[in-house]
Design a protein around this ligand. Sequence first.
Ligand code: ASP
Length: 464
Amino acid sequence: MSLHTKILLGLLLGAACGVTANLAAPPPSPPVEAVALVGGVSAGGAFPAGIPWQAVREASLPPPGTVLAWVLRYIMEPVGQIFLRLLFMTVIPLVFASLAVGVAKLGNMGSLGRIGVRTFAYFILTMTCAVAIGLLLVNTFRPGEAIPRSTRDTLLAQYAEEAGKKTAAPVSFGIDTFVSIIPRNPVQAAADMHMLGVIFFALMFGIGLTHIDPERARLALQVLEAVGDVMVVILNFAMRLAPYGVFALIFSVTARFGFDLLRPLGLYVVIVLLGLAVQMFIVLSILVWTLSRIRPLEFFKRIRDVLVTAFSTSSSNATLPTSLRVTETELGVPRHICGFVLPLGATMNMNGTALFEGVTVMFLAQVFGVSLDLGSQIIIVVLSVLTAVGAAGVPGGSIPLLVMVLAYAGVPASGLALILGVDRLLDMCRTTLNVVGDITAATFIARSEGYALASRAETRAETM
Ligand code: ASP
């Protein structure tokens, strides 16, 4: 059986067993956002400080002493964690090495500028389009108005405490946000998983390499390339564990998931999922087809490892090693282009997150009866895109930033309480779109630089 099939089987079996366990032993307390954190917290470490994540996570475990609690605690969580940690472990060296090599290989500031501008334009345009689709849907179907007042109050009461914790320290956005992209200490930035800082340093390092004695630069490049290769080897080990890791992650999430919540929030969930599907299967498919000349079906078939990894980890960062490998070997995008576009994309280009934020703000505005005119909605589009750029590529990474957009819209931030229970499900789906968006960007850039895209397998066959 091929690895793809095994991973997919892990996903399906994990979901089936998890749902069964959930039905047999429903989670005790309403599933706090802890569900979203399974795996993310300790592995990513990028969550706001001051929140007792561990306690929050434990609170969503089934009552101690039950078989399910034991299975989750001693089997599923450790297996899921080991898989995630193996992925996260390679992220920093891989981002640094691939970005620095990518930039250095672009050769000069001219091509770096050209590719950089095109990449950012693609990111911003696709994210804007995603939010626009979301707003169109949410304005048409108005899911917020369908929620009975009593349901709203019950949900608010149930989740108020959790939402209170999250909204206590809203993230602010200002000139300091930009200044803080430049790390004072790159090692510290890496240790904190402050991806924008690492990216900035790697870009500068790559540019620096093009300005030193070519002989020495060549040596440095060789070392960096070897570092990248070693990370890929580690990733391959990790991927052997993937079927079990994916099973465990999906099991842990579904066993604790509050399926009851899907009913009152059903329309909202459907709108988010519909928006994500439209962006992924219509907009991005058309882009891949017209700009990169790859048939959409073929495209999705080739990146299925990435789809499953993104879906089960809910983390763009954890998926980055897999997307780097797949985009190079399966789609034939040259390594220096993957190395440049994908790490940037994993941190900044989040189509799914932008769409989710726009829809959620409008949905909560409808629930609370806040009316937003066209002008305000345009600002919400801009803010959703900006905060998606700033969101960390870890599970639930966008939630702290969402608070900011809610504040702008005049929607009570405690409204977040309404959607926390279903967030993990949405997170899995929006992360998948986030990552697909990054890969389409890489194929577009490669194509626009004149590279013919083909898989390594095809290339091999042609040269034989
Ligand atoms: N989990 C998402 C990602 O990693 C970020 C988010 O929307 O919360 O791409």
